[in-house]
Design a protein around this ligand. Structure first.
Ligand code: ADP
Length: 251
């Protein structure tokens, strides 16, 4: 009897209210994503990856997981503004395009020729392809043999796909491809000491700091999209923003 009265008073329904799932428009979604529920999650984020997506941006399956969201790429490009920058793992061009907006010249390297073609196409959409030199190469070999001395090298090597999110800690010495972080830094330092390194948000901090070298400093930036921590970027060499107040109080 009491329950009946409560129901009448509050009108509360006991069944679970199902949230309506956003269904992507299957007419415009690329064929390889159409039947894959997981890919639909990436498709709805397309404008956060490339604001000009609708103008014909091209991405292959792998790149949907790994391309840097545009707002973060813009921020990194502001921090790394310089004359010549090397984007060592260019992929489909999310970072290289933004570097072309803040740097005089971008050397964009990737081991996958198809990805480089897509990067070139995407850079054309953004009107910056003429500022980017696309080089089909293994970055490790390139770094060992080139005479180029850029101002900055940007590293965003493969994290091994989206599974990195499932671990509490990401070991940057054993889980990055094609080599561990220290070895990759050694290669990059053949070109310059000024290095930006884009890493998983759960990277082990002591390892990230140790990359600076004994007695040296680094700066770690947390990359948020709204309230979501997406990744970290660590800066080495002259890229560290010196805090003049701290320097003054030390002296
Ligand atoms: P993630 O694991 O984060 O999804 P990807 O597998 O997409 O990353 O890798 C990032 C990019 O790095 C890809 O475009 C890939 O072709 C490129 N790449 C991988 N190894 C090398 C290498 N040795 N030199 C240059 N580019 C490489």
């Amino acid at each position: 009897m009491a329950n009946h009265t409560d129901d009448a008073l509050h009108g509360v329904q006991s069944r679970v209210i199902k949230k309506k799932k956003k269904r992507p428009n299957l007419d415009i979604i690329p064929e390889f994503m159409r039947d894959d529920g997981m890919m639909h999650r990436y498709w709805v984020k397309r404008f956060s990856l490339f604001s000009r997506f609708d103008e014909g941006v091209r991405l292959d399956r792998e790149s949907w997981f790994s391309v840097t969201p545009e707002k973060i790429a813009v921020q990194t490009a502001r921090r790394l503004a310089c004359d010549i920058i090397v984007d060592a793992f260019c992929g489909c061009g999310g970072n290289a395009i933004q570097f072309a907006m803040t740097c005089s010249r971008v050397i964009a390297i990737d081991i996958d020729a198809d990805k480089l073609e897509m990067a070139k196409h995407n850079a054309t959409i953004y009107g910056v392809a003429h500022k980017i030199e696309f080089i089909h190469a293994d970055f490790l070999q390139f770094a060992s043999s080139t005479n180029l001395r850029p101002d900055v090298v940007f590293l965003s090597p493969p994290w091994g796909g989206p599974n990195y999110k499932k671990r509490s800690n990401f070991n940057i010495e054993t889980s990055l491809l094609p080599v561990g972080a220290s070895e990759l830094m050694q290669h990059a330092r053949r070109l310059t000491d000024n290095i930006g390194f884009f890493l998983p948000r759960n990277s082990l901090s002591p390892q990230v700091i140790a990359l600076a070298g004994v007695g040296q400093q680094c700066e770690v930036e947390y990359n948020y999209l709204d309230t979501r921590l997406v990744a970290i970027t660590s800066y080495y060499g002259y890229l560290i923003q010196q805090d003049s107040t701290a320097a003054d109080s030390d002296s």
